[in-house]
Design a protein around this ligand. Structure first.
Ligand code: SF4
Length: 301
């Protein structure tokens, strides 16, 4: 893949204070992808180090009161020109920056307060049809498949992937689509994002979300106790068997570990081919009923 990234993430000392935002994820990406680095503030003619700036009433203003809007917009235009020439598949930018932030930026009061909205460069690139992502939302990219966090406006996807997660034994008719409205299934997605263990990663390829793994502490089939998040995972049928599910699961286990969870659980139909994959990544069977295994994966060392 060809990826454009904020230069400070690649370790270049272009930050306002002369430092960088070196990011291991980005350094790993650079090993296997074609990466183009940009620093729009430097490209706009600003020196390094420089006085930090924020967007105040739509105008980029330095902390000392100097208006630097023109330099920021020149830098953004230069990045756009480069993007049009290089045609990157994805642009990964430093979160919250007045140039590079994609979802949020500081609010212009220099008090560390965030507001929704993009930085100048991220906004221009997005308006021109380039796919931009905050570095904090990216998990990894491998063989053209992007693993990233679910965006807040995408929670409707959980219903779709919950339907795909329903195991259909060979020869059986698929259930009707609105089966996911049943109360025992609604708990997987209803008000997702409000619980502390609500985490979701998606796999995106060819500009489309093709798989999702998510966790919640909920009273589902895989519930073992109120401290253990349960897993749900599924992929669109045509993307199964390519290792994407395994990558999603591994990344989610890593994320849960980072959040301090000691174990995670799931329930799986005994006839489901995924049982083997769950065992391979560290899940073990701790219980069963006629149709399902209950499995847990211990996360503490
Ligand atoms: S303008 Fe972007 S690339 Fe340059 S230092 Fe700021 S966040 Fe990093």
């Amino acid at each position: 893949m060809k990826i454009m990234v904020s230069a400070c993430l690649a370790g270049e000392n272009c930050k306002y204070n002369g430092g960088n935002n070196r990011n291991e994820k980005i350094l790993r990406l650079m090993e296997k992808n074609e990466v183009i680095t940009v620093c729009p503030e430097q490209m706009g003619g600003l020196p390094t180090p420089r006085v930090p700036s924020e967007i105040k009433a739509g105008v980029v203003t330095a902390r000392d009161g100097r208006i630097v809007d023109k330099e920021f917009r020149v830098g953004a235009e230069k990045c756009l020109e480069l993007a049009k020439r290089e045609k990157p598949d994805l642009i990964v930018l430093q979160s919250r920056s007045p140039s590079c932030g994609v979802k949020q930026r500081y609010d212009g009061t220099f008090t560390g307060t965030l507001t929704d909205g993009a930085g100048v460069t991220a906004q221009l690139l997005t308006e021109n049809g380039f796919r931009c992502m905050d570095v904090e939302d990216l998990v990894n990219i491998c063989n053209g498949v992007i693993i990233r966090k679910l965006f807040a406006d995408e929670t409707r996807l959980l219903k779709e992937f919950l339907y795909e997660a329903i195991f259909i034994p060979e020869g059986a008719e698929p259930p009707v689509r609105d089966i996911v409205e049943r109360p025992e299934l609604k708990i997987y997605y209803d008000e997702f994002g409000t619980g502390t263990a609500d985490h979701c990663l998606v796999a995106e390829t060819d500009g489309r979300v093709v798989g999702a793994v998510w966790t919640r502490i909920m009273n589902d089939y895989g519930h073992v106790d109120d401290e253990t998040p349960s897993f749900a995972i599924s992929l669109l049928p045509e993307y199964r068997g390519r290792g994407i599910g395994t990558r999603l699961m591994r990344e989610m286990l890593f994320l849960l570990k980072e959040h301090g969870y000691r174990q995670a659980s799931l329930a799986v139909q005994k006839a489901n081919y995924a049982v083997r994959m769950y065992k391979a990544i560290g899940f073990e069977i701790i219980g069963e009923n006629d149709e399902e295994y209950i499995m847990i994966c211990r996360l503490s060392d």
